[in-house]
Design a protein around this ligand. Structure first.
Ligand SMILES: Cc1ncc(COP(=O)(O)O)c(C=O)c1O
Length: 440
């Protein structure tokens, strides 16, 4: 038995893997990974895979990054974790100050958790509780975008519009209202993404006009709805959303769990619309892909509405690992790399090179809607077979590249440190895997 086979067998016997019909592993092998370095993962038999999706969109500066490793080693010698109720520590204070500063202090307070879905839950609860503390008890529902994804705990699933994830739990959910997506693929022929986005915002306006007294917040993934196939929209949509939310006294929650931390070209995606949300959810890349960390930033106005002699007016929400010192230290090391290496500027030239390398894909007769936003690329495959995603993924893995299409959408979301050689390998492999996956 090879190293891979042994770990595959042991894992299947003991581990329940996420987002997986476990029976599928009877035909699709698990991939046991022994180590990672930079953009590469290596299995137990020594095969290497280019991590072209940043391990579920979390890794920014490569696996086993020496600078993040060093920061964590240093932190291990100080304090690994302590409860954040009644106590505080250096990394959480520094991280909160630095994140606030990145919003020009428009969002002055940070509340921490571990995963993206927990950040969604916190933003929803805080929004509702803010209105309740402000005497508006009727604002007890939420609005979300068609095809939006905000996580899979019960509250987050309530604002997620993905039937595959929702339907089994429908009886447990308190579904949010949804408004049409500004995904520019829905534009009429000749209609610009901007005009289309504004037209879609009219539906939001009608909804808010009618229901604003019941709606606490509108939650949106700015610029790219990632989990439902990298659907991109024009920033004009977000500007209009901000105006409408202000007009109708509805909070705007920016879920930047996937699109934050430089992924769309600016540090925060909402910056491209020249707006600030009332709540900003971050996770995934915030710790460089090292440790589970999420954070909800909000305004001093929201914070002040909870500040009281009355404990019940406070935000009595917690997780044991809230503000974990190691995770915060990884995040600080990540922010250091952004500053010291001029990452956003460097990403612009990396993105230009990868876009150029996509030329052959662009010309492929079965490729449509090739699109890019910052360090995200995607295209849709026409007349794709039902099992296209599995076929493509297996073909890419066999050629040493980790890619996992969403339905018939192939996307690249590589770590920011992807180099010239890997860019060429990625584009070449995607083309070969596409042809192989489309063969009868
Ligand atoms: C936009 C968005 N929100 C929330 C989540 C949920 O994050 P987590 O998987 O860490 O709970 C994700 C995960 O992919 C996401 O893409």
């Amino acid at each position: 038995m090879t190293g891979n086979e042994e770990f595959m067998r042991r894992s299947l016997a003991a581990v329940w893997h996420p987002c997986t019909q476990m029976k599928s592993h009877e035909s699709v092998p698990l991939v046991p990974i022994r180590r990672g370095e930079g953009i590469w993962l290596e299995d137990f038999d020594g095969a290497r895979y280019l991590d072209a999706i940043s391990s579920w969109w979390v890794n920014l500066f490569g696996h086993c990054n020496p600078r993040i490793n060093a920061a964590l080693r240093d932190q291990l010698g100080r304090i690994e974790h302590l409860m954040l109720a009644g106590f505080t520590h250096e990394p959480v204070v520094q991280l909160s100050e630095r994140l606030s500063a990145l919003t020009d202090n428009a969002l002055g307070h940070c509340f921490y958790a571990s995963d993206g879905a927990s950040a969604t839950e916190i933003a929803l609860k805080m929004s509702f509780h803010f209105w309740r503390n402000s005497g508006k008890t009727g604002k007890d529902s939420f609005l979300a975008l068609e095809n939006g994804y905000h996580g899979e705990t019960i509250g987050a699933l309530s604002v997620t519009d993905v039937p595959l994830f929702r339907d089994a739990y429908a009886a447990l959910l308190r579904p949010a209202g949804t408004v049409p997506t500004p995904d520019w693929r829905g534009a009429e022929p000749g209609e610009s993404p901007q005009t289309f986005a504004l037209r879609q915002a009219d539906a939001l306006e009608r909804c808010l006009e009618r229901d604003h007294a019941r709606i606490a917040a509108f939650i949106v993934e700015p610029l790219v709805q990632c989990a439902t196939g990298m659907a991109m929209h024009h920033p004009a949509y977000l500007r209009r959303v901000r105006e409408l939310c202000d007009r109708y006294e509805v909070h705007l929650i920016a879920d930047e769990i996937a699109v934050g931390c430089g992924r769309t070209g600016t540090f925060f995606a909402h910056e491209q619309a020249g707006i600030r949300p009332d709540f900003l959810c971050l996770s995934k890349g915030i710790s460089g892909g090292y440790l589970p960390l999420s954070v909800v930033l909000t305004t001093d106005q929201v914070y002040a509405a909870f500040y009281s002699e009355d404990p019940a007016r406070g935000f009595l929400h917690s997780h044991s690992y809230t503000g974990n010192a190691l995770a915060c230290r990884a995040a600080l090391a990540t922010l250091d790399i952004f500053e010291q290496d001029g990452v956003l500027a460097a990403n612009r030239s990396t993105a230009a090179r990868l876009t150029l390398a996509c030329d052959a894909l662009h010309a492929h007769p079965r490729v449509t809607h090739l699109r890019q936003c910052g360090m995200i690329w995607a295209f849709d495959v026409t007349r794709a077979p039902a099992d296209f995603a599995r076929r493509f993924s297996q073909q890419a893995m066999a050629r040493g590249v980790l890619l996992r299409p969403i339905g018939n959408t192939v996307y690249f979301m590589p770590p920011y440190v992807i180099d010239e050689e890997a860019i060429a390998l990625l584009a070449r492999t995607a083309l070969l895997a596409l042809d192989a996956a489309l063969e009868d």
